[in-house]
Design a protein around this ligand. Sequence first.
Ligand code: FES
Length: 164
Amino acid sequence: MLLDLAKALKDWATENLENIGVYKDKSPKFEEFQQKLIEGLKKTYSEEALSLFFNRTNMRPLPSPNGFAKLTGPCGDTMQIYLKVENGGVTEASFDTDGCMPSIISGAMVVQLARGKSLNEAQQIDQDTVLKALGGLPDESTHCALLAANTLKEAIKDALSRSQ
Ligand code: FES
């Protein structure tokens, strides 16, 4: 399903405003606040990163994966990666996390990058690869890309050990 990013951003801003008690029908400045929130998010993340955040199709467990890893970063957030590997290549990949927005974005990017690659190629995906593909993350969130890349590496190790 194609993501309507403009609508997703508007809905996200509406939800965040409502969470702090600012409602469209009660606040004359609602649209101004909504715009400010959207602009802030757009300044922080690339369009690709935002699309991955709102399009959660790959944020789910895979049934009977043959490569899996679950890692918890120093921040306390956990990332899980599920792989389906056939003939030495990643045919399917998904992720799950209880982490922050940048960890969702990083998990989504790492599985997008891994899919369709040979295990050797997928093993080369590291924090830098993820950050470049995302057009960067805020400095304080670059470790989220590291957690996602490290979890992928562990899931690949798991897949390799199962094939021996
Ligand atoms: Fe922990 Fe993002 S803050 S993974």
